[in-house]
Design a protein around this ligand. Sequence first.
Ligand SMILES: Cc1cc2nc3c(=O)[nH]c(=O)nc-3n(C[C@H](O)[C@H](O)[C@H](O)COP(=O)(O)O)c2cc1C
Ligand SMILES: O=C(O)C(=O)c1ccccc1
Length: 415
Amino acid sequence: MGPGRGRTRQTEIYLRGLGGERPAVPVQLADLQEAARRTLGAAEFAYIAGGAGAERTLRANLAAFERVQLVPRMLSGTKERDLSVELLGQRLASPLLLAPIGVLESARPEADLAVARAAAAEQVPFVFSSQASVPMETCAAAMGAAPRWFQLYWSSDDEVTRSLIRRAEACGASALVLTLDTTLLGWRPRDLDLGSLPFLRGQGLAQYLSDPVFRSRLGQAMPLPSVRPPVTPQLLSTAAQLRAKGKTFGLSLKEMQRAAARFTATYSRPDLGWDDLDRLRGWTRLPIILKGVLHPDDAREAARRGVDGLIVSNHGGRQLDGAVASLDALPDVVAAVPGMPVLLDSGVRTGSDIAKALALGAQAVLLGRPYVYGLALGGEAGVRAVIQNLLAEFDLTLGLLGVGAAREVGPQHLR
Ligand SMILES: Cc1cc2nc3c(=O)[nH]c(=O)nc-3n(C[C@H](O)[C@H](O)[C@H](O)COP(=O)(O)O)c2cc1C
Ligand SMILES: O=C(O)C(=O)c1ccccc1
């Protein structure tokens, strides 16, 4: 892809600035996060920004990127950069995807729908979360032919799991991401101290509330908020207003807590094992990607089981506190599964971070919290601005490294 074609260049952003135009969202990461903090309620910000335990892994993810050092090459004679990469037989416009993020209504009522539109406009694949606030069908319909994947939490009810997979296929998802690190929800002190877990208040349930199998098998026992599909942004903002008044879809606190306990017992299966993967293989022809792999032996087992790809991730430091930083875990995982696509998330914040992950063997990266801050600040336009800034910086990084294409970044660019 040549300069300026379908993507924002760093020069364009500078030129806007020289014309006196301020960026739609802060370019500096700390300012982006701080602006989002001021916009959001305390509980919402805590949930999005927070990590597990003492947040050691949350910090380690960032520290790992601080330590890796790039070594640029001079006089490479390259002029144009090709950001595209090949992944699972598909061509991605750049080695960037939007990570699955649950409960996006905690950032803004349009939630997943605004992110879907931004992702489509910027040609960045969006991984729909199982814990989304807008049903996948609504997001898919807003994306045209733009690429989307589906992230699965394996429900304790296999029929619910299979129904979600069928819907993802029907929605045009081109891969299934099975998240392995959240079969139990992490210990989240910020949420605990605020007495607030957004999803326990009935948020982030749109995939389930819109699922016929979930409703018929588990709906009665739950008791479910009385939301009928399609869950529209309007409906969500009504729900937000209700919650602000201390009512949750007309349910009392006790009823809501019972529903929440039931939900946590349902959304995932803590006893998921390797043999379950063989069954999953039989349920879908979509490529299966495991998210949350950090140990090379798990990577090797995944390869033996016919898995198509891995995402090296610690869930953005939200699950096992003390877990190894994703970037530190990456090289051993890559070495363990030659030829298998390995992606990375957790701590990607800048264009040069993308280059570091590629240099250490990742095929692509997923962006987490920064796009949620963009969503909080500016809805669809805010998400687009975050993506544009990141990709413009990545493009510039390639130029300064002296490479003409994203796929050429390798260990030769590391100290
Ligand atoms: C608020 C929030 C909600 C998340 N929800 C999900 C989810 O529903 N499914 C999932 O697989 N990962 C989820 N994640 C993890 C992200 O997919 C990703 O691994 C993580 O955000 C990457 O770290 P980063 O935020 O430091 O970039 C969530 C992360 C955040 C911050
Ligand atoms: O908060 C999270 O990180 C997450 O993945 C999740 C898990 C279950 C319900 C909602 C979000």
